[in-house]
Design a protein around this ligand. Structure first.
Ligand code: KIV
Length: 260
């Protein structure tokens, strides 16, 4: 197992794990100073391409964005989402994971699913591929409106999510993203498994937290309860572009300083 991955696992119960998404070099290089893990998430499908679902994201799109992100990362662990339909069986999963790793030099891949894909995950790990799990709300398999998972009204769902977490832990993943999971359940999962849980809409009991960077900086205008907006970067860009426009109209830009 890579040292970087062991370092992440050792943070459990000691040090909160900081994770964010990046889709390009310039953002990745800013995040790299502060994050333990940078994920090239297939959320880029909705955030950048306005796709209705992440199912439309292709492996080549993931690879091209990941190549850019790689250029911005010096120290963080880089994880790339395997898109929908690229891990239907052991052999396909292995050849696609190898392709992603070879072309992007990422440290690990992330797959959505629990017990149902634990054999596929075991096969990847047997072949020395580091895997991050993802349970709870699974955007690749969600149809209709997204909803929170594992509420006390749905005991069957709670048990399934808990069993999925245990199955992934036993399969050998180095951490699991818990997406939109009710607080007491994510607390229970985090206590029960050996590896770190990384929450998104899954409470402060998780070992770490992840958000989509574009949501956190206010570039992607989404209104989800679990997103805290730390900046209004859209306003900053708007203001810069407006000033540029005014300067161009008044012939103030370029001045002598910007001319040769
Ligand atoms: O695709 C993504 O960005 C993700 C995170 C939200 C966890 O899977």
């Amino acid at each position: 197992m890579k040292k970087k991955i062991i370092k992440i696992i050792r943070k459990k119960n000691r040090n909160k794990i900081v994770c964010l998404t990046a889709y390009s070099k310039n953002i990745a290089s800013i995040l790299d100073k502060h994050c333990d893990i940078i994920l090239v998430g297939d959320s880029l499908g909705s955030v950048l391409y306005n796709y209705k679902s992440t199912r439309q994201v292709t492996i080549n799109t993931m690879i091209e964005h990941s190549k850019s992100v790689r250029l911005g990362i010096k120290k963080s662990l880089m994880v790339v989402d395997m898109p929908y339909n690229t891990y239907k069986n052991k052999n396909e999963a292995l050849s696609n994971a190898k392709k992603i790793i070879k072309k992007t030099r990422c440290d690990a891949v992330k797959l959505e699913g629990g017990k149902n894909i634990s054999n596929i995950i075991k096969h990847l790990i047997k072949n020395k591929i580091a895997v991050m799990g993802h349970i709870g709300l699974l955007p690749q398999y969600e149809t209709g409106k997204f909803r929170f998972k594992g509420t006390s009204k749905n005991i069957k769902e709670r048990n399934k999510i808990l069993n999925d977490a245990v199955a992934l832990d036993n399969a050998g993943v180095f951490s699991i993203v818990l997406e939109c999971i009710e607080t007491s359940l994510s607390k229970k999962i985090t206590k029960k498994i050996k590896i770190p849980t990384i929450g998104i809409g899954a409470s402060a009991y998780c070992d770490g937290q992840i958000l989509v960077t574009d949501d956190l900086i206010g570039l992607n205008l989404i209104n989800a309860r679990f997103v805290k907006k730390y900046a209004k970067i859209d306003k900053v860009i708007d203001n810069a572009v407006l000033r540029f426009k005014k300067d161009v109209k008044k012939n103030i830009f370029p001045s002598k300083n910007q001319s040769y």
